[in-house]
Design a protein around this ligand. Structure first.
Ligand code: AMP
Length: 587
């Protein structure tokens, strides 16, 4: 048997190690789980702490704890820890040693070699420092690979024909987006852009500010100088942030947060997803701008992207997935654990070097989107059957997602919950797979909140629960075999739709072409195309002749005006004219 080479994702916030077992990458348990916080510290008694224990003491003893050492790799600096100073390579080596030891314990044999991933933008000095850290940890670094390349390997993207992939990587403290060309033997990063100081930690910081403000106004106290209280808040806010990825509300309960305050402060605060999303929106906009910059760097447009891969724990934030889908016109792939896929990719590369055969990581995902219907705006008017997806297609299962809804009328005593499977914005075009009625709601004004919870297990059983938020009054149904049974039903539904289409083609055409009746998905596609064409036109301006330049500018302006005004009837012809001109100029 060949010597095992381990794959390591040496991250700013967290690190992981993986190996190939039975042909598949397996991320190993290191610190009570697969994620090792990239934090090193010294305990009270001077003993070394790596991982969670070190992270937990950071807020209390920053002078003897080092975090985010990756940011300093390649710099000629010394980092202070407990009165001593260490190079970034030495601190990183302590993290690598811990990962190596975990792999050795798992494999039952010594490990000498590793593949380590680094960000695509890392300079030679930073890559060399990473190699040096490996050597200090007793590891020969047989290959350094780029993180987005590793992600593409983990998704087995290069097994297919040549593809252009956008890897959107938002971790705890860094954001990178890379355009990767994968196909055949070679996977290369065409362009990369990002922000070294943006990540999930910033989202936590916003929540902490929000809580501090609440403490000031509601409890008349300031917790910002109390290290112990801030350490507790940091943990509680991160937990609330993570909860908000799957639920519309999260509670932060910290008893005796400030025990010395008179009276002692017990914190109990609910945060809703909408408020949280407003806090982080600006950062998400920034990441989307970076996506466009990376595309520009690769001389590509949105329309050239074949796939979008999500990497990094913070990409579990639903708003990020929604905004990416809106901007790029396609659903990002998130089947793999975004925390672990870079390590898995490193292990695949390690396996290739060691001459091992590898196959894809198999994960259970739902092949369908599940959701409900609600009254919402569609094509500028209120429509009672808008589809609201809760569990998206290709989500790893088991999974639980919940979402808040409101009653429409004062004193509304009941709601009908319909459960659909499908992708269409109009719920009536999807397959109804179950429904139930919740009665006995409180006699209160409109806006009474009912939380719907969708729970899909590995056996494909979908349990849907509706709970009146103010009373906890609930009702639920279980739909058996939700992921498998409906294949046949969907086929029938599709057949029905096709038959209707053929029988009444003219009528349907009329409907599609009537002003304002374009389907939202088509509109979205048209908007994405329009933006892509504008980018292309801008690039062509540099080389076009004077007359063509004028035409390009005029047509671009018309497209831009229609986009700004959301004028879809005007956008269609304008996009067609611009597209014709670009075609003419390119050929
Ligand atoms: P990474 O550096 O890739 O391990 O990402 C870590 C970041 O992801 C931290 O800021 C985590 O709080 C964040 N994170 C992990 N899980 C979730 C989640 N379910 N929703 C939002 N953020 C998350």
């Amino acid at each position: 048997m060949s010597e095992t080479i381990i794959g390591i994702d040496l991250g700013t916030t967290n690190s992981e190690v993986a190996v190939i077992r039975d042909g598949r990458p397996q991320v190993l348990d290191v610190d009570g789980g697969p994620i090792l916080p990239s934090v090193v510290g010294l305990a009270d008694d001077g003993s070394l702490l790596v991982g969670r224990a070190a992270r937990n003491q950071y807020a209390l003893y920053p002078e003897r704890t080092v975090r985010s050492v990756k940011r300093r790799m390649g710099e000629d600096v010394q980092l202070a820890m407990g009165g001593q100073s260490y190079s970034p390579q030495e601190i990183s080596a302590l993290i690598l040693k811990r990962l190596k030891a975990a792999a050795e314990a798992h494999l039952g044999e010594p490990v000498h070699k590793a593949v380590i991933t680094v960000p695509a933008y890392f300079s030679d000095a930073q890559r060399q420092a990473t190699r040096d850290a490996g050597e200090l940890a007793g590891l020969e670094v047989v290959r350094i690979i780029n993180e987005p390349t590793a992600a593409a390997l983990a998704y087995e993207v290069d097994a297919k024909a040549a593809r252009t992939i956008l890897v959107y990587d938002l971790g705890g403290g860094t954001f990178d987006c890379s355009v990767v060309r994968a196909g055949g033997e070679v996977t290369e990063v065409l362009a990369s852009h990002g922000n070294n100081h943006l990540g999930g930690d910033d989202f936590d910081a916003k929540l902490i500010m929000h809580v501090l403000e609440h403490l000031r106004t509601e409890h008349d106290c300031d917790a910002s100088d109390d290290r112990a209280a801030m350490a507790r808040l940091a943990r509680a806010c991160e937990a609330a942030k993570i909860a908000l990825s799957d639920a519309p509300y999260a509670r932060i309960d910290e008893e005796y947060l400030l025990p010395d305050h008179d009276p002692p402060v017990n914190l109990s605060l609910e945060i809703d997803r909408e408020t949280y999303e407003e806090m982080i929106e600006g950062w998400i906009d920034e990441t989307l701008e970076a996506v466009h910059t990376a595309l520009k760097g690769a001389e590509l447009t949105v329309a050239d992207i074949d796939e979008v891969l999500l990497v990094g724990g913070a990409t579990r934030t639903p708003l990020i997935q929604q905004r990416l889908e809106q901007t790029l016109g396609m659903q990002p792939r998130a089947e793999m654990d975004p925390d672990l896929c870079v390590a898995a990719g490193a292990a695949i590369q390690a396996g290739v070097i060691a001459g091992e055969a590898t196959t894809a990581v198999l994960v259970d995902v739902t092949p369908y989107t599940f959701g409900t219907s609600a009254v919402a705006e569609m094509n500028g008017a209120l429509y009672p059957h808008c589809f609201v997806p809760l569990i998206r297609k290709n989500s790893p299962i088991p999974t639980v997602k919940s979402e808040a809804f409101q009653t429409m009328t004062d004193g509304q005593a009941a709601v009908d919950v319909r459960v659909y499977q499908g992708e269409d914005r109009d719920a009536l075009n999807n397959t109804l797979i179950g429904s139930f009625r919740v009665e006995g709601l409180s006699d209160v004004p409109a806006g009474n909140i009912v939380v719907l919870r969708f729970e899909l297990d590995l056996d494909g059983i979908l349990k849907v629960t509706a709970t009146e938020k103010r009373t906890g009054h609930e009702k639920h149904i279980a739909i058996d075999n939700a992921t498998a049974r409906f294949e046949a039903e969907e086929l029938e539904a599709a057949k029905g739709r096709l038959a209707a289409l053929m029988a009444d083609e003219a009528e349907i055409l009329d409907e599609t072409l009537a002003p304002g009746a374009a389907r939202p998905q088509e509109e979205q596609r048209e908007v994405v195309q329009a933006r892509a064409l504008l980018e292309k036109a801008e690039r062509l301006l540099e080389t076009a002749g004077v007359e063509d330049k004028d035409d390009l500018v005029d047509l671009s302006e018309t497209v831009r005006d229609a986009l700004d005004a959301g004028d879809m009837p005007k956008l269609g012809p304008a996009v067609a004219s611009l597209s014709d001109l670009i075609y003419y100029l390119e050929t």
